[in-house]
Design a protein around this ligand. Structure first.
Ligand code: SF4
Length: 180
């Protein structure tokens, strides 16, 4: 059986979901027998490739770069998994939605709290522009599987991935899989 072309992506999140992925510990060696990691924050790959079988998407959609990448991911990926609560609900990054637009958070972060050279990060092509609202992944593209938790536990991540290695679709149901 060919190896699964596996990716993981870090959008607007804290990287805690990826840390939980690393908590799979020795099972990562088992995983490595079945997957080829084609894109990930833990691999030095610059461009999201074509023909990806599975992608774990951590984080919400908060800026133009996230938006562009999630469309590319959807176009090039068979199974897109919303990985953790920031992807599933927008969670912590969406707290700024309660404020009066993205300008409020930019002013607070870069001007009011900037103690040396306060300035707004206006550098087109370098600093991605914030979207007015932070949204969960499924508000932008179709999601195939939801993996809730902040972060999802390593056991839950394994329960989502292990069936894929046998060519089966995971079923995430039951209290232990959706409650945290
Ligand atoms: Fe971090 Fe929790 Fe968001 Fe994962 S779901 S990126 S752990 S805040």
């Amino acid at each position: 059986m060919d190896k699964i072309r596996f990716a993981s992506v870090w959008l607007a999140g804290c990287s805690g979901c990826h840390m939980s992925f690393l908590d799979l510990d020795e099972w990562l060696f088992e995983l490595a027998k079945h997957v080829e990691v084609v894109y990930s924050p833990i691999a030095d790959v610059k461009t999201y490739p074509e023909n990806v079988d599975v992608c774990l998407v951590e984080g919400a959609i908060a800026n133009e770069e996230n938006l562009e990448l999630i469309h590319k991911i959807r176009d090039r990926t068979k199974l897109l998994i919303s990985f953790g609560d920031c992807a599933v609900t927008a969670n912590v990054p969406a707290m700024r939605n309660m404020l009066d637009g993205s300008g409020t958070v930019l002013r607070r972060s870069y001007l009011e709290l900037g103690d040396i050279t306060p300035q707004l990060p206006y550098a087109p092509g370098i600093v991605p522009e914030l979207l007015e609202r932070v949204v969960p992944v499924h508000e932008v593209v179709h999601v195939d599987l939801y993996l809730p938790g902040c972060p999802p536990s390593a056991d839950r991540i394994k329960a989502a991935i292990e069936p894929l290695l046998r060519g089966e679709m995971p079923v995430m149901e039951g209290r232990e899989m959706i409650k945290f």
